[in-house]
Write a protein that binds this ligand. Structure first.
Ligand code: TRP
Length: 461
């Protein structure tokens, strides 16, 4: 690994905000050219800035196919504004037709933060799910479960563990000899969290999207790599045109793929598998399919990038009928972190850096008044030089959390920049919006309190 490579530690407190570099180095795709039908404010403002494979989700949505959304929560501490960003994105996907699964990471919380399972359960319900309900998630279309009581999640993690090793963990997470094994187990359980909704009992094969902050990307890289390693068929762009399908032979499928123990190949079996591939692809409406079992490929010259999703789905369905797991690598979206109120990172352990969803209105007001300002030291200088909204916490909080109206946000941005709007005035505007937002949230929390139990999956009541 090169000396200055970024390693993101999902449990650490360091936070890189060099987002272009993150996109570049981790191979994310910018959201800039992704067309959404009804973008939320987080999309319109570039706060959700990158993704992996989100086109699978949009394609499912466009063609009326099913898709799922998965997120996980660490049941420790109080919920703050930063946490609400993921909820907003989950809600948006839910409104677009996705089914929602929420993992309570009680095993992870116990292993990495010393929270007992009983405590984890009560914190999850009373603090997190209570706010998810208040923020408008639909209990009818949401399933909350606990890592500790869904064995299949742990089993999947265990089974996929054999497809990775300590060197990969070292590369992804920066682990070394002194790393506590809880930090090895937790990611494997998280792999189980992310992949299990595709199992037949949990909704079956469909694309799953995981909206996260970039700190969680290591888990997604791990999960995507492991899912890909189980796949029985590879799909890649042909160097001429169209797509090429090939077999990925490993222990689990050697027999089905006609690989005899003596190293020979059962040609009839291979031909039969290729025929199944051709049939599966033909069903999608392609007629010019070139099957070459000898070269080991099925070529679909007329398929374009728009067809990648449907071909991939057809191959995974075929894999399942042949006895394979048929797991799809998860899609993900990434959001920028809001600045902490003091200008540092937002953190539960430093209450002044954020607003907790249970903060009293008076506390909210006090915190915003003391928040880091992008204004000039004196009114005279501010009028003359203008302020910087990019670092002004009051403005940033309006943009990230409280203000829906883009045009109005543009106006106050320009007024602040030009010096017309003073730092104290910006704070006052923010206090008004924040107060309204929080009061509404608190009212909704009372109104939806009775729904909390309805969010729980059958195995979690
Ligand atoms: N590790 C996550 C956190 O620290 C919690 C989590 C567990 C999670 N499973 C997940 C997040 C699955 C996203 C998807 O907050």
């Amino acid at each position: 690994m090169a000396q200055d490579d970024l390693v993101i530690d999902p449990w650490g407190s360091a936070q890189s905000t060099d987002y272009d570099r993150i996109i570049d180095q981790f191979g994310l795709t910018s959201m800039e050219h992704v067309d959404l039908v009804s973008p939320s404010k987080l999309h319109r403002r570039g706060i959700v800035f990158a993704h992996r494979d989100v086109d699978h989700i949009l394609e499912a949505q466009r063609t009326g196919g099913a898709f799922g959304v998965l997120t996980g929560l660490m049941p420790s501490g109080q919920m703050h504004l930063g946490h609400s960003m993921v909820v907003e994105q989950v809600k948006w996907f839910q409104q677009q037709g996705g089914d929602v699964t929420i993992a309570v990471a009680d095993l992870e919380s116990q292993a990495t933060r010393g929270v007992s399972l009983a405590k984890g359960r009560s914190v999850a319900l009373e603090e997190y799910i209570a706010h998810y309900a208040a923020l408008g998630l639909d209990p009818e279309k949401t399933n909350v479960y606990f890592q500790s009581t869904r064995p299949v999640v742990q089993r999947l993690g265990f089974q996929l563990g054999k497809r990775t090793n300590l060197s990969e963990f070292e590369a992804i997470y920066g682990f070394g000899g002194e790393t506590n094994l809880a930090h090895v187990q937790a990611p494997l359980v998280q792999v189980g969290d992310i992949l299990h909704p595709q199992l037949e009992e949990y909704g079956g094969l469909r694309p799953i999207v995981v909206p996260v902050g970039v700190d969680q990307d290591p888990h997604l890289r791990l999960t995507r790599g492991l899912a890909a390693k189980t796949n029985w068929f590879n799909l890649r762009a042909s160097s001429s045109r169209g797509w090429l399908v090939s077999l990925s032979v490993h222990d689990e499928n050697a027999e089905v793929f006609g690989q005899l123990p003596n190293g020979r190949v059962d040609k009839a079996k291979v031909a039969a598998v290729f025929d199944r591939v051709v049939d599966a692809v033909a069903e999608l409406g392609f007629s010019d399919i070139v099957s070459s079992p000898k070269q080991g490929t099925v070529h679909i010259p007329s398929a374009t990038s728009r067809d990648r999703h449907s071909i991939r789905m057809a191959l995974l369905r075929l894999e399942r009928t042949l006895g394979g797991p048929g797991l799809m690598a998860p899609a993900s979206t990434y959001h920028h972190f809001a600045v902490g109120m003091t200008g540092d990172k937002m953190s539960s352990s430093q209450p002044k850096t954020t607003l907790f969803l249970r903060d009293e209105i008076a506390t909210v007001e006090k915190k915003i008044k003391r928040a880091f300002s992008g204004g000039q030291p004196t009114v005279e200088e501010h009028r003359r030089l203008g302020g910087n909204p990019d670092i002004d916490v009051a403005y940033q909080y309006m943009m990230y959390f409280f203000e829906e109206d883009d045009a109005y946000l543009g106006e106050i941005n320009a007024a602040f920049r030009s010096g017309k709007l003073l730092a104290g005035e910006m704070k006052q505007l923010c206090i008004e919006r924040a107060t309204a937002w929080m009061s509404e949230l608190h009212e909704m929390r009372d109104q939806t309190a009775h729904q909390v139990a309805e969010f729980l999956a059958d195995d979690s009541r």
